[in-house]
Design a protein around this ligand. Structure first.
Ligand code: SAM
Length: 498
């Protein structure tokens, strides 16, 4: 990536909502801006505000709309303010046109893979020059309900509009297989060293779940090559990371689009070789792609933690069909049972949507039955929200909001009971905890971290004994904690040995 030294330095603020992938993308943009000599600041003080948006549900999108309205007012007062929009609110040209009509004060629309436009953009726009700049993005048409085909791979063309004059930048990307993410920013230099780090391994999504906007906004799957990921993981470890979480909408499809087709287990094997990297996590999983051999290989890699996030979305076959999830309930349960056979002590989390189009009381009951049967450690539950442009947006959103809320609370209530029962089985056990940070909630000064099965663990600073006299707990330490109390959401105890 080229950087330029001719840009006057300003202050930036990156606002991020949504998933871990967005957080990872923001860290990359931050690294780029830091390298340009820009300084992080509050939104009020920043000359460049980057909004990294999420469209998966309506609520985060509304937050971005509120901020955009606020930034319009700020921009009226401060002519030097630049506004950039990235993340899932960026779709095809139509969505960009609609957004720029509604918010003419947005100076740049970009996907993370186009972040290398920033030096040029700032060079042209920062020492304030009048006129608007806009980065155009072509992608799958809104109403294309079929699985996007290779011919629909993203083709990016970038252009600037200045005082009505349009000049095309020399940056049109026509990706070839294996080269499709050449522009994903690989450099990541977190300003604060963190013991845990995100490592996006597959970008985009090839599923066409009828409720979901992600494939329309993030494009088809593009795996990042193993070499690039190993280099990036090494650099994260050098900066203090002890754990990396491999990210993808379907991590098991890692490598299918790469020339020599490495798989997730191959990648994990290579990452396991990195000295100083203690733990590897991954999310999210898709049942149909989890082969026995892949599970067995992961289970035998000591650094890979015993936790699987395997979204089910609904516990009823008709619902799964309407959602176009691509598996039946029996297939899902068979995979979960197999994972538990092959990978002892594994903990499981899942995602569930309640109140999807046409969900009857009986169908909802089947979801509760599934939760009882599988006994997940964690359930992330969301009320269905219509996403314009998806297949389901053409169907009637016929479950009333009050009923969606009732179903959501019913899931939460059942899950709270199950999670407490599961967590009670940890009482008096000694858990290996990776210390993440100090926590001072409820007037208590405690350390916070996670055990291998991804449970939050809290423990106080140990009293000084002969054994611990020279040891002072710090983020990044791996410590042993005896569990003395549990809640549905965490384990609490005391450090027992260093
Ligand atoms: N890749 C994952 C999968 O295979 O399911 C999920 C990714 S999605 C970005 C994260 C979660 O958002 C989903 O698991 C789903 O529960 C939720 N979600 C997606 N679309 C939604 C919608 N329209 N309304 C409510 N929740 C939604």
């Amino acid at each position: 990536m080229t950087t330029t030294t001719t840009i006057a330095h300003g202050k930036y603020h990156i606002w991020t909502v949504g998933c871990q992938m967005n957080q990872a993308d923001s860290q990359r943009v931050q690294t780029l801006l830091d390298e340009l000599g820009w300084e992080e600041a509050s939104m009020e003080q920043a000359n460049l505000v980057v909004l990294n948006t999420c469209s998966v549900r309506q609520a985060p999108e509304e937050k971005a709309h509120n901020l955009l309205a606020k930034l319009r007012r700020a921009k009226e007062e401060r002519g030097d303010l630049l506004v950039t929009l990235m993340g899932c609110m960026i779709g095809n040209q139509k969505t960009i046109d609609e957004l720029s009509k509604r918010y003419p004060h947005i100076d740049l629309f970009m996907k993370v893979e186009q972040a290398d436009i920033l030096p040029r953009f700032l060079e042209e726009r920062w020492t304030p020059i009048s006129g608007a700049g806009c980065l155009d993005i072509e992608y799958v048409p809104d109403n294309d309900v079929s699985m996007p085909t290779d011919s629909a791979l993203p083709i990016y063309a970038t252009s600037f509009e200045r005082g009505g004059k349009r000049s095309v930048l020399p940056m049109a990307i026509t990706p070839k297989p294996g080269e499709r993410i050449a522009h994903y920013p690989t450099k990541i230099e977190p300003t604060q060293a963190s013991p845990t780090a995100w490592l996006p391994i597959v970008l985009g999504c090839n599923k066409v779940c009828t409720y979901c906007i992600v494939p329309y906004r993030r494009g088809r799957e593009r795996s990042r090559p193993i070499d690039e990921l190993v280099i990036e993981a090494r650099s994260l470890v050098r900066k203090g990371a002890k754990e990396v979480t491999l990210l993808g909408q379907t991590v098991e499809s890692y490598g299918l689009d790469l020339p020599d087709k490495p798989n997730l287990a191959d990648l994990m094997t290579d990452l396991s070789e990195i000295d100083g990297l203690e733990r590897i996590r991954f999310m999210t999983s898709y049942p149909r792609y989890m082969t026995d051999s892949m599970i067995e290989r992961m289970a035998h890699l000591p650094k890979v933690c015993e936790h699987l996030n395997i979204p089910v979305q609904a516990g009823d076959d008709d619902m799964l069909k309407r959602m176009k999830r691509g598996y039946t309930l029996a297939e899902y349960c068979e995979r979960v049972d197999r994972v538990r056979e092959l990978w002892p002590n594994i903990s499981l989390s899942t995602d569930i949507i309640v109140g999807f189009c046409g969900e009857t009381e009986e169908e909802f009951q089947h979801t509760l039955d599934l939760i009882e049967r599988v006994r997940f450690d964690v359930v992330h539950v969301a009320a269905y929200s219509v996403r314009p442009g998806t297949v389901a947006a053409r169907w009637e959103d016929d479950v009333p909001l009050a009923e969606k809320k009732r179903r959501l609370h019913a899931v939460e209530e059942l899950q709270t009971k199950i999670a407490l029962e599961i967590n009670q089985s940890y009482l008096n056990k000694i858990e290996e905890v990776l210390v993440e940070e100090e926590n001072s909630a409820h007037g208590l000064q405690r350390w916070r971290g996670r055990n291998r099965t991804n449970k939050l663990v809290f423990f106080p600073q140990p009293e000084k004994t002969e054994a611990t006299a020279t040891f002072c707990v710090q983020p990044g330490n791996l410590v042993n904690v005896r569990v003395e109390r549990v809640t549905p959401w965490s384990l609490q105890g005391c450090m027992v040995a260093v």
